[in-house]
Design a protein. Structure first.
Length: 303
């Protein structure tokens, strides 16, 4: 496995250079990145306490205090003592501070546009998806639930096969034969084009796929749930549970008597979802697939 710390440091060095963090004169504004962030936060609220700013930006109290005093000297912010606690004060932007904040915001937006201006649309989408993944994985709070569920469309198949291959390689060490299997299943789904008896559910947020699942016809009475996955940044939203329950609802409407699925004993998170939905384990069998010794499991849900 590659040295994760070295890779993170290498990325940090690259990205801080790209966005100009190392330049004390951010965007030729006369402000450092920390100063610009403080002005931005104050511009988003009528007033904030120094404590709230420090917690939001994870800034040292002494360093923050020096920056705020400099802002006061430049008449960018004003300070009002709390009526209920004179030890606390509330900060807000002056008219000059609001003008400065708006100018910084416009420059930042333009800099972001310039960064991606030379990239083709596909590269921009890949960049945005990677950014959302990083933010979602590292975020300490629960990610937003504002996703939609839709049917499959052009462009989904290659993306989903690729993401499944990468995720299972990174998290379980599976080799490229799993991606090949996923691609084969997806190709079969499209080739059958059976909208009456089969259904794909794709979870998407702001144009980024967060996960998916496929329900395919096994026989007249049986449907098979296939290729369930959820992106790392979307875990904890209940998305996997929603995708599984959507398949159950569709299977009932389509007149199936049961749903079956094949999974592996090591996929513990998925197994919990199946148990919660009412699936029963009916068969276990050791096998060697995807470069690993695994225990395959067949589960069944009677409808």
């Amino acid at each position: 496995m590659p040295d994760a710390s070295a890779a993170i440091r290498r990325f940090n060095r690259f990205y801080t250079r790209e966005i100009g963090v190392l330049d004390g004169n951010l965007l030729q504004s006369g402000f450092s990145l920390a100063e610009a962030r403080i002005l931005y936060e104050l511009g988003q609220a009528a007033e904030l306490s120094a404590t709230a700013i420090g917690e939001k930006l994870n800034l040292d109290r002494g360093y923050l205090s020096r920056l705020l005093r400099a802002f006061e000297r430049k008449r960018l912010i004003s300070r009002k003592t709390d009526a209920n606690d004179r030890r606390r004060s509330h900060l807000s932007l002056t008219e000059k501070g609001q003008t400065t904040s708006r100018q910084l915001d416009r420059r930042s937006s333009q800099a972001a546009k310039d960064m991606i201006a030379h990239l083709p649309p596909g590269a921009v989408n890949a960049l945005l998806a990677a950014m959302e993944t990083i933010q979602g994985v590292l975020a300490k709070n629960t990610a937003s639930t504002d996703y939609i569920l839709r049917r499959d469309q052009v462009g989904d198949l290659g993306h989903i096969a690729s993401r499944q291959g990468l995720i299972y390689e990174q998290e379980y060490g599976w080799d490229k034969t799993y991606e090949a299997l996923a691609a084969k299943i997806l190709s079969e789904f499209v080739g059958r084009n059976d909208e009456v008896n089969e259904r794909a559910r794709i979870a998407e947020r702001h144009g980024t796929i967060l996960g998916s699942v496929y329900l395919m016809k096994e026989d007249a009475e049986t449907a098979r749930l296939r290729l369930l996955y959820v992106e790392p940044q979307a875990r904890g939203l209940g998305l996997g549970k929603k995708l599984v329950s959507e398949c159950t609802a569709f299977a009932r409407e389509a007149g199936y008597h049961r749903i079956v699925l094949w999974t592996q004993s090591t996929l513990t998170a998925a197994r919990k979802l199946y148990v919660g939905e009412g699936y029963k384990l009916i068969k276990q069998e050791p096998h060697h697939s995807f470069g690993k010794d695994l225990v395959g499991e067949t589960w069944e849900l009677k409808l």
